[in-house]
Write a protein that binds this ligand. Structure first.
Ligand code: PLP
Length: 416
């Protein structure tokens, strides 16, 4: 395909996407297909010769679409929201067109620098403390885009593990790392997302899953008692993953209580997973829900869940970027560059070497809607949730469980 044909096909594709989204409500939300349905419709081998584009697109409609679950459908209410918007799609399209691989500053300076700037913008809008912002005078922290919240939890646990092992090795220089590793204990609530369990599996550490209170909120005293008990058993608490907005019921762990209790266990890494609800903190009236963040070592939220940005875009901020990267730095000669000391190289902030230009779409979204537009979007969703609550309360077949947060005073009331 040359650029002339790409222009033509690109316009057709935009037209196809617009039609798809405009007529989505006419489709079934979930497909009515059985496992293996596609195998019966597609050949077993890749085509030897080039195929006609129109035929490929016909197959999209006739064979692929019947097996798609339509996450953007107005009646899709499963799992969690999948953010999307036209500015985000266009930002991703441009990133794909540029096609750079931004693993270091030198590999594509704009890719790295825009990510740092946009993460500072969003971090400020959320209300994160200054030490999480890369460009704040004297700050040691900063933000990075990861593929998913699961990856954010994994890399922070890896960093916490590396720090804990370093401390233990200094105290017990003749004990083998494997033995020290067997002593490490991570903590989370029963309501935490399963990605914490997965991260512990990958990190090869023990995980203690704690009982939250009746409102599904993990409390400081519970954490304290568990950690003290474990220390008496000779184990070493090193990581706590809390959740602001749990997957099951959007419950909030009691971060101020947990943060205070962790002061008694120096060196334990406190992570805050706010994959879904964290986006809402851009609204001033919801910032009180972020109370306790001053104790945290890291915080993640997914604009690809509730901030009009399409997957993938999971934003992670850390208090101390050296503590994060020291667990992940491998620096072969062929990746070094002349500005290694002065610039951020995001390859040290996560698992993959290669990275897409993901900050572009977030930049497009933040600029196209402005913080005020995004606040309006969040407030409208909360209003819809309240409307849903009213309907549930009116229907005797249902009950509302747990404590539902009354909506704090909305400074800018939302019209319909
Ligand atoms: N954490 C929380 C609180 C979630 O709700 C979810 C997904 O629903 C995740 C983590 C995992 O998100 P991801 O799919 O980005 O790994």
């Amino acid at each position: 395909m040359d650029s002339t044909e790409f222009r033509k096909r690109g316009m057709e594709m935009v037209e196809y996407i617009c039609n798809y989204l405009e007529t989505l409500n006419e489709r079934r939300v979930t497909p009515s297909v059985e496992p293996g349905y596609l195998r019966h419709l597609l050949p077993t081998e890749a085509p030897q010769e080039p195929e006609d584009w129109d035929q490929i697109m016909r197959d999209v409609e006739d064979k692929i679409m019947p097996g798609v679950t339509h996450w953007q459908h107005p009646r899709f209410h499963a799992y969690f929201p999948a953010g999307n918007s036209f500015p985000s799609i266009l930002g991703d399209m441009l990133g794909d067109g540029i096609g750079c691989i931004g693993f270091s500053w030198a590999a594509s300076p704009a890719c790295t620098e825009l990510e740092t700037i946009v993460l500072d913008w969003l971090g400020k809008a959320i209300g994160l403390p200054d030490h999480f912002l890369a460009l704040k005078e004297g700050s040691t922290g900063g933000g990075v885009i990861q593929t998913s919240a699961s990856e954010c939890v994994l890399v922070t646990m890896l960093a916490a593990r590396a720090q804990a092992l370093k401390r233990l090795k200094a105290q017990h220089p003749f004990v083998e790392e494997g033995h020290l590793l067997s002593k490490l204990m991570a903590y989370c609530s029963k309501e935490a997302h399963s990605c914490v369990e997965k991260a512990a599996m990958i990190c090869f550490v023990k995980l203690r899953i704690l009982e939250p209170d009746d409102d599904a909120s993990l409390r400081g005293q519970t954490i304290y008692e568990a950690m003290e008990e474990d220390e008496l058993q000779g184990l070493v608490p090193f990581f706590v993953s809390t959740t602001l907005g749990t997957t099951g019921s959007c419950a909030f762990d009691n971060l101020p209580e947990i943060g205070k209790q962790l002061q008694r266990f120096p060196g334990v890494w406190l992570h805050v997973d706010a994959a879904y609800a964290g986006n809402s903190f851009i609204c001033p009236e919801l910032k009180p829900l972020l109370k306790g963040i001053e104790y945290a070592d890291s915080f993640n939220t997914n604009p690809n869940k509730w901030l009009l940005t399409n997957f993938d875009c999971s934003t992670l901020w850390v208090r101390d970027r050296i503590r994060l990267t020291s667990a992940l730095v491998v620096d072969p000669l062929y990746l070094k560059h002349g500005y290694s000391d002065a610039a951020i190289d995001y390859r040290h902030w996560g698992v993959p070497l290669s990275r897409r230009f993901r900050s572009l779409k977030l930049w497009f979204v933040l600029r196209s809607y402005g913080i005020s537009g995004l606040q309006h979007y969040i407030r409208h969703h909360i209003k819809l949730a309240k409307r849903f609550e009213e309907l549930v309360l009116k229907d005797k077949r249902f009950e509302i469980c747990n404590q539902v947060k009354r909506q704090p005073q909305v400074i800018h009331p939302v019209s319909d």
